[in-house]
Design a protein around this ligand. Structure first.
Ligand SMILES: Cc1ncc(COP(=O)(O)O)c(C=O)c1O
Length: 375
């Protein structure tokens, strides 16, 4: 894997990056909100400005700011007209809150498998799927993988299903020239504390359908907006949105370098795949740790060794394969969801904005740890 870029201690590398990134523009936005009193307002110019920025960036007509990506998914389903006793298709490997959002409405998840190369819902699983109760499908873009939206949207249209596109992990990603989050009937963003656009908490729901937007507004209106994003949150998000594309590009470049540096480990690490003409966004970067596909305890051993070095790796989602048939319908076998829930290894994004040497040093430690384990 080439010569080691530095001999620094792992803990020094791990602490050499910070999240959120220190940023004078954010400090100025906070100061300005203090001076003009907008920090204490329900609604105002920052929210209006953020809505206009998002409309432009995502080419969508209607934006509803909200308090989290999790509630955003539920609002999106409600906006699409999903009701109690309906069915909603969901990948067997996904963010747990998406399963709960379906349940919160009294609807039932219908699980389909993921594509093991992208970690996202497999469009092939939709073609055979039928069911009169199915109203919508939730499609999440996960860990730098992009779902096959052109195919999924086409299949959903034919069958009369609505598409809720979860872009919480990938703000600014582009697929076939179109922003991710604008492919579905409704798209959802998260502004949670670890997210690439962060206000500590928050989210946004995007749609071109006036009726969907109206339904979400009516549901959220309890004499006041029940799931709000504050003016202060909107104020700190606007400067980040301006920098998003540049930062996404830096992260992409770093991921490409990391992939090159780890390519000799391909027997043990299978990275997420993306098409060369796509522009994914890396909130996390995923590998499948191949030995753990059959022996889950191998991933625990690897993670313990990485954690001992304070390296910024984690696991993926637990997935829904073991959820009982009482809570969901399994539309078919879910082998890839099962496999990825036990083998996914994630690199968290802050290191992707650190200096090149720090990011590449991580791959050397990863190499060392894996070689120790398998030799
Ligand atoms: C794919 C996905 N969807 C939705 C969410 C929920 O976002 P929030 O944390 O803003 O509720 C997350 C959060 O990690 C996520 O990864």
């Amino acid at each position: 894997m080439g010569s080691k870029p530095t001999d620094a201690e792992p803990s020094l590398i791990a602490s050499s990056f910070q999240w959120p990134v220190p940023d004078d523009e954010i400090r100025e936005a906070l100061d300005a909100a203090y001076r003009d009193g907008s920090w204490g307002q329900y609604h105002g110019p920052h929210s209006e400005g953020l809505i206009a920025d998002l409309q432009q960036q995502f080419s969508v007509e209607h934006i509803m700011l909200c308090s989290s990506g999790t509630i955003g998914i539920e609002l999106a389903l409600r906006g699409c007209g999903v009701e109690a006793d309906d069915e909603v298709i969901l990948a067997g490997y996904d963010f747990p809150g998406n399963f709960r959002a379906i349940e919160a409405i009294g609807a039932r998840p219908v699980l389909v498998d993921v594509d093991p190369t992208t970690w996202c819902l497999d469009a092939n699983c939709l073609s055979e799927l039928r069911g009169e109760k199915i109203k919508a499908v939730i499609v999440s873009h996960l860990h730098g993988g992009l779902a096959d939206m052109p195919r999924i949207v086409a299949l959903a249209r034919e069958r009369g299903w609505r598409v809720v596109e979860d872009a919480c992990q990938q703000p600014g990603a582009v697929l076939e020239g179109r922003p991710v989050g604008s492919w579905g009937d409704v798209g959802v963003l998260s502004f949670g504390g670890s997210k690439l656009l962060t206000a500590g908490r928050g989210g946004a729901v995007l749609t071109n359908h006036a009726q969907h937007h109206q339904r979400m507004k009516v549901y959220s209106d309890r004499g006041n907006q029940a799931f709000p994003l504050s003016e202060l949150q909107a104020a700190v998000l606007r400067p980040q949105l301006k920098k998003l594309s540049h930062r996404n590009q830096l992260r992409r470049e770093r991921v490409v370098e990391i992939c090159e540096a780890t390519s000799k480990l391909d027997q043990w690490l299978r990275p997420i795949f993306w098409k060369t003409d796509a522009q994914p966004v890396f909130y996390k970067f995923a590998w499948s740790f191949v030995p753990a596909e059959t022996k889950p305890e191998m991933r625990e051993e690897l993670l313990a060794k990485l954690a001992a070095k304070k390296l910024p790796f984690g696991v993926g989602f637990r997935g829904f394969v073991s959820r009982s048939e009482r809570r969901c319908r399994k539309a078919g076998p879910l082998p890839h969801s099962a496999q990825l829930s036990q083998s996914t290894l994630l690199l968290h994004h802050p290191i992707l904005l650190a200096q090149r040497n720090a990011a590449l040093q991580i791959t050397h430690w990863l190499d060392d740890v894996i070689q120790q384990m398998v030799s």
